[in-house]
Ligand binder design. Structure first.
Ligand SMILES: NC(=O)C1=CN([C@@H]2O[C@H](COP(=O)(O)OP(=O)(O)OC[C@H]3O[C@@H](n4cnc5c(N)ncnc54)[C@H](O)[C@@H]3O)[C@@H](O)[C@H]2O)C=CC1
Ligand SMILES: O=C(O)C(=O)[C@H](O)COP(=O)(O)O
Length: 381
């Protein structure tokens, strides 16, 4: 059994190696020729899996170690009798860490507290739902917008996008890219909606680049310049618009979900699906793959405001400013596309907030609900 695997899938040998011969290829180099003799294909989001890729192959399984599936033509796979799996929820916690790190950074820069903001969440699935829970646990007021869920479950608890645009200080997009149909998300934030954002709004896009009209956003940032953008995803990746990048307060190369935990969950979910497909027992557990985190415990003394304590703990695990700086540096060094991809291929070790245990020293016990709400493990000192 020959299994072609994207080079950016961690632990592929450990998982898929016991099922067959693993052939590693850069995601952008996986083409029809590369999969012609493959039985299974394991990708991430940058390989377009369509009729042209699979038609002349003997593939019987395709797995993507990602949440998003917009790079996969599932109809073509069905046509060719190829089974398909993705990894729902695998890196949702990492994306939430990314959003919290970004908002804590902007709060520090602009002298506001996260807990004073009203946050609108567009797309309340695995990512948006966990963001909602963590923000509410932090005491942040949130409004949710998810028309497909509202249609299925009833409108209670959901608002329309216009309400969020009118009422929220922060707007976080966590929608999949859907090109057609009643809930299409392509340019969900189009020129009109971008113009309607109130001055001082913070827009976070960690869904898909095409959900926002980048040209209109660039115009708003370059013209009035009265809103703030945090962009992890872009139209035209990897050759993103450098003018938009330079206008974004935080610009990162599609790495919001790039915790090691999230990536390994993605690999493991697809491994389980392939084992199931082959009727074989899954011998590798997720715990076998996850190494001990480099920082396991942090003890807080006194003297910090709640927001400072939160920022300190968040930055001990993940600091989004590192990824912003790396993107600028690598794109200046290597050019837009190569720099973008290099940041992702050589991504430094990152763990999730939940891997850090926080001990509360005397006088800091009151911070427990806040830090637990942010996702850390909190133990009394
Ligand atoms: N930047 C990154 O590294 C990552 C980006 N993503 C992106 O985030 C997306 C969301 O991820 P999950 O929450 O795990 O997916 P999910 O499928 O669990 O949730 C997506 C939610 O969006 C809602 N939705 C669909 N159309 C909508 C519309 N027009 N308006 C508002 N809501 C709408 C759906 O009903 C669903 O509840 C993924 O599809 C992927 O494109 C996911 C992980 C990492
Ligand atoms: O899971 C998703 O969906 C994502 O957007 C991934 O984090 C993207 O990772 P790569 O496919 O770009 O490695």
């Amino acid at each position: 059994m020959r299994i072609v695997v994207d080079a950016n899938v961690p632990a592929a040998e450990a998982c898929f190696g016991e099922l067959g011969e693993v052939v590693r290829l850069a995601g952008r180099d996986i083409d029809a020729h590369a999969v012609r003799d493959a039985d299974a294909l394991v990708v991430r989001s940058i390989t377009r899996v369509d009729e042209a890729l699979v038609a002349g192959s003997r593939l019987r399984f395709v797995g993507t170690c990602t949440i998003g599936t917009d790079h996969v033509d599932e109809t073509a796979l069905v046509r060719h009798g190829i089974d398909f799996a993705n990894a729902p929820g695998c890196n949702a916690e990492a994306v939430v860490d990314y959003v919290l790190s970004s908002l804590l950074t902007l709060g520090e820069r602009h002298d506001w507290c996260l807990t004073d903001r009203r946050v609108g969440i567009v797309g309340v699935g695995n990512v948006g739902g966990r963001l909602l829970t963590r923000l509410q646990d932090l005491g942040v007021e949130c409004l949710a917008c998810d028309p497909p869920r509202a249609q299925r479950q009833g409108a209670s608890g959901f608002h329309d996008l216009e309400t969020l645009i009118d009422a929220c200080d922060v707007l976080c997009l966590h929608t999949p890219l859907v090109r057609d149909g009643p809930h299409a998300t392509h340019h969900l934030l189009d020129a009109r909606r971008i113009a309607e954002l109130a001055p001082q709004t913070v827009l976070v896009n960690a869904g898909r680049g095409d959900c926002v009209d980048g040209q209109a956003l660039r115009g708003r940032l370059a013209g009035p310049g009265d809103i703030t953008a945090v962009l992890d995803v872009w139209e035209g990746e990897p050759a993103i618009d450098p003018a938009l990048r330079d206008l974004a307060a935080i610009a990162t190369p599609h790495v919001a979900g790039y915790s090691l935990d999230g990536k390994l969950r993605g690999t493991h979910a697809v491994y389980l699906a392939l084992c199931h497909e082959l009727g074989l027992p899954a011998r590798i557990g997720l715990a076998d793959l996850l190494p001990t985190p480099p920082l396991r415990r942090l003890e807080l003394g006194g003297g910090l405001t709640p927001e400072e304590a939160l920022r300190l703990c968040a930055r001990a695990v993940f600091d989004v400013r590192r990824d912003h700086d790396r993107l600028l540096r690598e794109q200046h060094r290597q050019g837009l596309a190569r720099g973008f991809d290099a940041c992702r291929a050589n991504y430094p070790l990152r763990r999730e907030f939940a891997t850090l245990g926080i001990e509360l020293g005397e006088g800091t016990e009151d911070l427990a609900p806040l830090l637990a709400g942010a996702g850390f493990q909190v133990a009394p000192g």
